[in-house]
Design a protein around this ligand. Structure first.
Ligand code: GLN
Length: 546
């Protein structure tokens, strides 16, 4: 068994308290002290992975290098810790049951009755320990999705209780995240919901070691004392987590509350160095003091729920901050854009991004947005479906193939400029069967993409079934849209760009999945820069006119 210390993060009172951010912030602080840390998440739903979930239900599906479709919290882990996660970092109840049932069919439990306890809990524990064995980690932080008391999370809580016994006291710790609501009418912060949720954990055999309390107001000493007394924790293990201006403040807020010190003391670990968070602070300083701003349209289908494009939004924060520039995203539902009103929607924009997506709905509006950006020479960035829309638009309006489309939207088109990948043609099962994960791409020397990355060999992550149809490549290239990035093994077009346009790039891959605070993605950095240049140019023209 690995020698890592295991830290579990549970949640109580309500969902959406930000367990993922607290886990990532603690991970960041421990990592900044020189420890090696990884984080995993257990999700209580029955889908094998979130790949088959509607983004409206669950937010974005985050894809790892090894092609796992995972919870968006893994994006936070990667962005905060600058590490790469994998399938082992995200396990759902569906996957646990699927593994157990598969083993049962294979005869692994012959003669025995297969039950939640011990078989499901054993499988959960196997997965908890498995991650620790994939590397030489000092800490494995495990976030348990859902709320304590939910029927769905009971087997996970029971597994955590058993892990506690197996690992012993100095190797195991539970942080319980709760809410301290402020009752306006009473003018008071209330501890009762936290007491109840701790009681529920106690009933399941788990005494939390540290309470992290989300609150809109500072926790007075008296209240901390009360919480400590009724929840059996030390007073300095009551940690306040105030609402923050940005999620990137949270590691510093947790540092101020000494969460990392409490964890190390409780686990009897040497405190090593003070956390080196200078670069993080520098990032925050720039984030909060921009010297410029730009407006970028985010054209997509799922704009009502910002979590559906979580990684894109965060990548703009990283790329904008690098340029000391505040990026104002204007969310525009592609279904609302038409040839008649596109000007109204986009005329004040300094850049246009067409988002990834699936299906017919909203396609026409996305194509109009591309046309606007191409013709008006506004910086354009298309990701996955966004890139495919750029290709369709170019085929229709520049190559004159008026019925050009993707076979995803129109099976019968005579000009399938985007077509189903060959190896997808016999795929009928939906879950986990797209082209997923990291693939290599070779960038053409002299192209804009090459100059942005500063190298020719790159690796990026994917999630799609359709691709650029290479039968049309020559026509595209001789008319000015080039394939500046290709997969060297399959010749699949990974990047397109318009040579004569100031900044027009489409990527079949998802660069947003690899941007982090300390490593902002070059495409986002340069797209924001292009938007800034475009804005300045517009201002100069305006000044000359008046
Ligand atoms: N629907 C497109 C495909 O499957 C694009 C997918 C995406 O944008 N992630 O190829």
């Amino acid at each position: 068994m690995s020698s890592a210390k295991y830290i579990f993060v549970t949640g109580g009172v309500t969902s959406s308290l930000g367990k993922g951010i607290i886990a990532a912030s603690l991970g960041k602080l421990l990592q900044a002290r020189g420890f090696s840390v990884t984080i995993q998440k257990f999700d209580p739903y029955l889908n094998i992975d979130p790949g088959t979930l509607n983004p409206y239900e669950h937010g974005e599906c985050y894809v790892t290098d090894d092609g796992a479709e995972t919870d968006l919290d893994l994006g936070h882990y990667e962005r905060f810790l600058n590490i790469h996660t994998s399938q082992a970092n995200n396990v759902t109840t569906g996957r646990i049951y699927n593994n157990v049932i598969t083993k049962e069919r294979q005869g692994e439990y012959l003669g025995r009755t297969v039950q939640v306890i011990p078989h499901i809990t054993d499988e959960i524990k196997r997965n908890i320990y498995l991650l620790g064995e994939t590397g030489n980690f000092d800490f494995v932080i495990t976030e348990i999705g859902g709320c304590v008391g939910d029927i769905e999370s009971l087997p996970f809580i029971e597994a955590v209780r058993q892990v506690k016994w197996e690992l012993g006291p100095n190797n195991f710790l539970v942080i319980h995240l709760t809410l301290i609501p402020f009752l306006k009418s009473a003018g008071e912060l209330k501890t009762k919901p936290t007491q109840h949720s701790v009681k529920q954990l106690l009933e399941a055999g788990i005494q939390p070691d540290i309470l992290v309390c989300r609150s809109e107001h500072h926790l007075p000493t008296e209240l901390r004392k009360k919480l400590a007394l009724f929840c059996n924790v030390n007073m300095n293990s009551v940690i306040e987590a105030l609402d923050a201006e940005t999620i990137y403040d949270v590691p510093l807020l947790m540092r101020k509350e000494k969460l990392d010190e409490r964890v190390l003391t409780k686990l009897k670990m040497a405190h090593k160095n003070e956390p080196d968070i200078e670069q993080w602070k520098e990032f925050l300083g720039k984030l909060k003091n921009p010297t410029n701003d730009v407006r970028i349209a985010l054209v997509g289908k799922y704009v009502e729920l910002p979590d559906a494009y979580k990684s894109i939004v965060e990548s703009f924060i990283h790329g904008g901050t690098y340029n000391e520039c505040k990026v104002h995203l204007k969310w525009i539902s592609s279904e609302e854009i038409s040839a008649e009103n596109v000007d109204f929607h986009l005329k004040d924009m300094d850049g246009v991004l067409v988002a990834p997506g699936f299906g017919e709905r909203g396609l026409a509006g996305k194509i109009e947005a591309v046309r606007f950006a191409r013709e008006k020479r506004v910086p354009f960035f298309g990701i996955c479906l966004g890139m495919q829309c750029a290709v369709i638009e170019f085929a229709r309006n520049v190559l004159g193939l008026t019925d050009a489309s993707s076979t995803e939207m129109s099976m019968k088109t005579k000009n399938p400029v985007i077509d189903l990948m060959e190896d997808q043609k016999d795929v009928t099962i939906k879950g986990g069967t797209m082209r997923l994960g990291a693939y290599q791409c070779e960038l053409k020397k002299g192209s804009k993409a090459f100059s942005i990355y500063g190298k020719s060999k790159i690796s990026e992550r994917h999630r799609h079934r359709y691709e650029f149809n290479n039968k049309y490549l020559e026509r595209f290239e001789s008319n000015g849209m080039i394939a500046s990035g290709m997969n060297p093994h399959t010749n699949l077009v990974e990047v397109v760009e318009i040579e004569s346009h100031p900044w027009f790039i489409g990527t079949q891959y998802h660069p947003e999945l690899k941007s982090s605070v300390l490593n902002p993605h070059p495409l986002f950095v340069k797209f924001v820069k292009a938007a800034l240049d475009h804005k300045k140019e517009k201002e100069q023209v305006h000044q000359k006119q008046f």
